[in-house]
Design a binder for this molecule. Structure first.
Ligand SMILES: *[C@@H]1O[C@H](CO)[C@@H](O)[C@H](O)[C@H]1NC(C)=O
Ligand SMILES: *[C@@H]1O[C@H](CO)[C@@H](O)[C@H](O)[C@H]1NC(C)=O
Length: 637
């Protein structure tokens, strides 16, 4: 290992020398009155000096120069798509058990997220090729081989989603925390959206009766029903008394109003508003097989009282129900104003009420957990995009772009093209040459708050101490980032209910998202490097880029220097712990012992490669393909 490090240091010295020469050469050229270099050329001049300055001694010198042309090519798009096919195949072959209808090693909430990744990936594969099915709109049409293969692949994995509908342990989840419940809502609504879009693009109706439609449409009512039942379970977690609003995390623990539960509530609410197709299924939710459950009586009684079971026999919830929209707006107003972001502009984990267990009259959120997780920066993004679409209020989009920029900077990415803020009303840096250069001081070890070397990293990744929770987070971030950056519709999808963007806003949103593309590709490439011989992704995408990786791997987990003071990593702790602030007991899945001695591959430590790390790989590779594909579309949308 020493050799490797020494080699790297050597390279670095060479690079410094080279930089020096380049700078000298450029200055000399300038003074000779040669043509001024173009803006994209990285040169050493006052206006553009941060292209090489400040020097970044902790970033491996072999990192590619991030010029836009360098990361984008038609081949790169094709390769990204192939990697996406492969990542999904590995996930479903290695981890999904068809006869049980589930990913057997996942826990309930992570399985809901895996289902979301599969549906989202199928949406991507669906629009990777244009074709219409024979027997639909164009009766004479034949299907070419490539289209047949894609269609078959989509059907194969969609059938996994169907079996998972029955394999999902819905009975257990309804007794879990509100965040667990809300992942289920997002997952089935993602699936509904996929069915709709696949059906619309490839099965255009051939006759007045709409015959020829894709068979999967018949599942929409079932999926929608589950989404609604779970949404209505979670909705009950909102209260205005404690902390002035917000959903509590878990109704069976002391109040903890955290980012994830509320971001999920916002995103699920707006998804219900925009995509929930309505539900006229009034059947009781509990089935006969649930009667064996010890808590059946209580739950059954509760369900009988549940207004969701449409007592008067009328269909339960119409489409575009304004209640969902109001919930999303209230949820975000609360989240934005409760003070849950740190000085890097990242969401911290959440608030307790100090001494609440002794004094239940206290209502103020005054005990903040400074822990930063990647997924807390992600889930809100799809919510913000939906809030814009439902209200036309551009502030939501601007807030989303600002958060994305904060995340990118917190990975140590020093691309100066990405200004700290974006305004979608006043064209910002594109017309304003006085850029706001981002000069983030990259601290020792390259760690910048939520990653190093431009690679998104969970704080537990370098230490091999992530639980199943921690393994799932980065993929969630990339899933919601991809949703956020979907091009804005220029005409309302549903007039009177949703909004379209002005051409200027649509263009600025698109341009801003294009700025993130090199960073997304950089992360996906890093993730791809973690695959083992079976194609399984690991969790620490930055392991290879980090010259200090092995030393970090040997730090004792309890001394994780990346965890800020006043932070409590309850998502990845080693064993049952109680929070000293509240005496609250948390529930944990115990971690497998950390395997520090493994020297061959740092991504085999701890829990090693899991369905959750695979889901992360699928999500980031899908993000890469979607960003490249959209980038290819240029600035004209
Ligand atoms: C309990 O909290 C309330 C509200 O903050 C406060 O007014 C009251 O004095 C507290 N009671 C005790 C016994 O500390
Ligand atoms: C737009 O959304 C922001 C952010 O929540 C809010 O503060 C503002 O009042 C909204 N503007 C309008 C016109 O509704």
């Amino acid at each position: 290992m020493r050799n490797w490090v020494a080699f790297n240091e050597r390279l670095w010295l060479d690079m410094l020398l080279l930089l020096g020469f380049l700078a000298f050469f450029t200055l000399a050229r300038e003074s000779n009155g040669e043509a001024a270099p173009t803006e994209r050329e990285a040169v050493y001049e006052t206006e553009n000096q941060n292209a090489f300055h400040p020097l970044r001694p902790n970033i491996p010198p072999d990192e590619p120069v991030r010029e836009h042309a360098a990361f984008y090519s038609p081949t790169a798009v094709t390769n990204a798509l192939q990697e996406l096919h492969a990542a999904l195949e590995t996930m479903q072959t290695e981890y999904f058990s068809l006869w049980l209808g589930k990913w057997t090693t996942a826990i309930d909430w992570t399985a809901a997220v895996m289902g979301t990744h599969v549906s989202a990936t199928l949406s991507s594969l669906s629009h990777s090729l244009t074709y219409t099915m024979p027997g639909t709109f164009d009766k004479t049409r034949k299907l070419d081989v490539e289209a047949q293969m894609i269609e078959n692949e989509i059907n194969k994995y969609f059938s996994h989603i169907i079996t998972y509908y029955f394999g999902e342990d819905h009975f257990a989840i309804r007794n879990q925390a509100y965040d667990d419940i809300l992942w289920v809502v997002l997952g089935w609504l993602e699936s509904v959206q996929f069915i709709d879009s696949h059906s619309d693009s490839h099965y255009p109706p051939s006759g007045e009766n709409g015959d020829g439609e894709w068979y999967a449409r018949q599942f929409i009512p079932a999926f929608a029903h589950r989404a609604r039942v779970f949404y209505e379970l979670a909705e009950k977690g909102w209260d205005w008394r404690l902390c002035g609003g917000g959903l509590t995390w878990n109704p069976r623990l002391l109040p903890y109003k955290n980012a994830i539960t509320n971001e999920l509530f916002i995103s699920a609410s707006i998804d219900m508003y925009l995509y929930f197709p309505g539900d006229d299924n009034c059947s009781p939710f509990l089935g006969a097989k649930d009667q064996a459950h010890p808590d059946w009586k209580r739950l059954h009684a509760q369900e009988q009282r549940d207004p969701a079971a449409c007592p008067d026999g009328t269909p339960a919830s119409p489409t575009y129900d304004p209640i969902y929209l109001a919930n999303a707006i209230n949820g975000y107003d609360w989240l934005k104003n409760v003070g849950m972001t740190n000085d890097q502009g990242l969401y911290v984990d959440g608030f307790h009420i100090k001494d609440y267990y002794r004094n239940h009259s206290k209502t103020e959120c005054d005990d903040r957990n400074e822990m930063v997780y990647t997924y807390n920066q992600g889930v809100i993004l799809s919510g913000l995009r939906g809030l814009w679409e439902a209200t036309g209020n551009i502030t939501y989009l601007e807030d989303g772009h600002e958060l994305i920029r904060n995340v990118i900077h917190a990975t140590g990415w020093t691309d100066t093209d990405i200004a700290p803020t974006v305004s979608l009303t006043t064209p910002s840096k594109h017309e304003n040459p006085a850029r706001n250069p981002y000069l983030f001081p990259v601290p020792a070890g390259g760690w910048a708050g939520l990653g190093a070397h431009g690679i998104l990293t969970e704080l537990c990744d370098p230490f091999g101490t992530c639980s199943q929770n921690g393994h799932t987070f980065k993929g969630i971030f990339f899933h919601h980032l991809t949703t956020f950056c979907t091009p804005l519709p220029l005409v309302p999808v549903r007039r009177g209910k949703t909004f379209g963007a002005s051409p200027a806003t649509g263009k600025l949103h698109h341009q801003s998202c294009n700025e993130y593309a090199p960073w997304v590709v950089h992360n996906a490439q890093a993730a791809l490097k973690t695959r083992d011989s079976k194609g399984k992704f690991g969790t620490w995408w930055g392991a290879e880029a980090d010259p200090d990786a092995r030393r970090k791997a040997e730090w004792p987990p309890e001394a994780n220097p990346l965890i800020p003071g006043d932070a409590f990593d309850y998502r990845n702790s080693l064993s049952d712990v109680s929070d000293p602030g509240t005496g609250e007991e948390f529930i944990f899945q115990p971690l497998s012992p950390r395997n520090v001695h493994i020297t061959s591959d740092l991504n085999d430590r701890g829990r090693g490669r899991t369905v959750e790390t695979q889901g992360g790989g699928v999500a980031v590779v899908r993000a890469m393909w979607e960003f490249l594909r959209r980038y290819e579309g240029g600035d004209d949308l």
